[in-house]
Design a protein around this ligand. Structure first.
Ligand code: SF4
Length: 350
């Protein structure tokens, strides 16, 4: 492994600059909220559009996606749904790379987002020119990138993977004797490296939400709730993943919440997932895993500030004005589709 970080991701100037623009949505009265929801329902119908939301968006947005025949899922499931659905406009509630992935899989469709300012610390921290240079320095490595990257970074990769299939793909490459260059999440990369034994070079990126979960906080919470199962997304640090009863992608954690016999769960991923977890398991209790604790800033919580930018107001404006359309150059789409298609063609883990 290489390139371990010495400073927090928060301290990186680019991330701070983007965070300063991540303004949370205004609080609305029930009547205001319903009025916006009604306008969105009408716009979706009038414009032959479908709402596709990520698990980490607000419960209001997720419920609206369900109610209007749209979809809730992880980034790959969202893009797959968009490609299958007959609507000509996909409204993607999530962060920018998700809109780009939807566009890559559905280049003939219009992809709108509530805001193009909603990004991801992993995407910001992996710019194409530095990444390309890193790849050029290691031509004997197979380049595997996480879905949380720009279209340009995907286009430079041999494989794109999501957290639900990363272990299987890297194991497969490792069995073929391939050395891996992995980007951008060092925690997820480290987890894959520990689990598969593959030889991996790491990019130095992290998710500002998952990096904040603390092992000590989880251990303290376990003392109060000794029978609770711990569910962890592997974008979290190794000390947190070690405490997991189940570590996995959002979809895998949702599945575990339904299958494990425990009635209480400590969940180390964005709290947006609680909407689906609670809906599917109404008799179970879900608690956020503690983050930075005492003295924490408002950013140190289990919710992504960029996912939180997906508000009803922004959604209705985007639909009514056709604004915030995702644009990806056709040549970039062609190149990025190659490593994405490799993942789509890879046998799905059971
Ligand atoms: S939760 Fe983390 S990985 Fe997901 S979009 Fe936000 S910053 Fe990126």
């Amino acid at each position: 492994m290489t390139q371990q970080t010495k400073t927090s991701v928060y301290d990186q100037l680019l991330v701070r600059e983007h965070l300063s623009r991540a303004t949370p949505p205004a609080t609305l009265s029930e009547a205001e909220e319903e009025a916006l929801r009604q306008r969105i329902r009408e716009q979706l119908q009038a414009r032959n559009a479908v709402l596709i939301a990520h698990y980490y968006t607000s419960p209001v947005i997720q419920a609206l996606a369900e109610e209007t025949g749209g979809f809730i899922g992880d980034s790959l499931e969202m893009a797959r749904f968009g490609a299958r659905h007959p609507a000509q406009t996909l409204v993607v509630a999530g962060v920018r790379f998700m809109g780009e992935t939807a566009k890559i899989l559905s280049p003939e469709k219009r992809v709108l987002m509530p805001t193009l300012e909603a990004t991801c610390s992993l995407d910001i921290g992996c710019d194409i020119s530095s990444f390309s240079h890193f790849c050029d320095q290691h031509p004997d490595h197979t380049v595997v990138v996480y879905a949380n990257t720009s279209a340009a970074v995907k286009a430079r990769a041999d494989w794109v993977v999501t957290s639900s299939i990363a272990l299987q793909v890297v194991s497969h490459l490792h069995e073929q004797g391939k050395k891996i260059l992995w980007a951008p999440d060092k925690h997820l990369g480290d987890y894959i490296c520990r689990t598969t034994g593959a030889e991996m070079l790491m990019w130095d990126g992290a998710c500002i939400v998952h990096e904040e979960f603390k092992a000590k906080g989880i251990l303290d919470l376990k003392k109060i709730h000794p029978t609770a199962a711990v569910l962890v997304h592997p974008e979290s640090p190794a000390s947190v993943v070690e405490l997991a009863d189940v570590a996995g992608s959002t979809s895998q954690l949702l599945k575990a919440a339904g299958e494990l016999p425990n009635d209480t769960f400590i969940v180390a991923t964005d709290r947006g997932i609680f909407y689906k977890m609670q809906q599917q398991n109404s008799h179970k209790r879900f608690m956020e895993a503690p983050t930075a604790g005492n003295g924490a800033t408002c950013r140190s919580c289990a919710h992504c500030p960029w996912m939180a930018m997906n508000s009803l107001e922004r959604l209705v404006t985007s639909l009514e004005q056709g604004s915030n359309e995702i644009q990806v150059e056709p040549e970039l789409i062609r190149q990025a589709l190659i490593p994405l298609q490799r993942m789509l063609d890879f046998p799905k883990p059971s």
